[in-house]
Write a protein that binds this ligand. Sequence first.
Ligand code: VTB
Length: 327
Amino acid sequence: MDMTSTSTSSKLDRMLTMEMARVVEAAAVAAARERGQGDEKRADQVAVDAMRRELNNLPISGRIVIGEGERDEAPMLYIGEEVGSGGPEVDIALDPLEGTTICAKNQPNSLAVIAIAGRGNLLYAPDVYMEKIAIGPGYPEGTIDIDASPTDNLHAVARAKGCKVSEISTCVMDRSRHTELIAEIRKCGAAIRLIGDGDVAGIIHTTEPEETGIDLYMGIGGAPEGVLAAAALRCTGGQMQGRLILDTEEKEQRAARMGVTDPGKAYIMEEMASGDVLFAATGVTDGNMLKGVKFGRNGIMTHTVVMRSSSGTVRWINGLHSSTEKF
Ligand code: VTB
């Protein structure tokens, strides 16, 4: 067997990471025009339109597995929609505007995001909640455990980092469902950054704690966002676990239709995003890792990160778009 060709064919075209930058840039610029206008729906709509337009220029035969929703509720970028101009068969997870509320209020860390992987390599997560826990790279395997208590996880992370629990900073979404979690973290003496929305950014922030001040992410957010975050962490290194919250029969059935056979399963990062994974995100509003879109005299400035799991390359791209017609 020719191993060279086998390993090459299991990898996606490396040029695709660059092409993906254009897709997230376009969505972010469109959304940024609606920044601070208080209209979440409109901000999302323009981001969806722009992302779809650019996506259809990509040389792929893409199938959306995480998108704007089921076909009957989302006219564009729905789950199952075929996109691209033809090429390798890939699965796509996307969120043209992750953090619509953040964008509408012009608060930090809203993003345009996309992940691409080989067919069947992204978890087909239904639009339900997911319990999540994540840390960045450099920790021994098994440091975090979704089945352990928040207290035990905090102590494990502090031990592995070689610091006190009081020096660990966590990120949690500010929701009443997290009241007990927040109380337990505070009882341990760790700090919490409470975020209003946007846990894809919250989880990615664990990968650069010196920059962002976040070591550990814990709590319940959207399952589709969980898959996007897992795809990013596959590229940067780090650990993440997630469990779908299927608390009604209807949700369990919906998950079963998408192929979830074990409703209580705790997924590890590699089960949510496997094989060669490409990830790209552009900042819409200013954030801890990505700057927001700027409309300047010389053109539009964007800040994008593109990453690839098989090489572990992470590229930060400052774009200056002097010809602004396409936006
Ligand atoms: C979650 C989170 C997202 O919206 O889906 C959240 O994963 C919705 O949570 O990052 P609620 O239902 O509690 O409002 C985001 O924060 C933004 O899309």
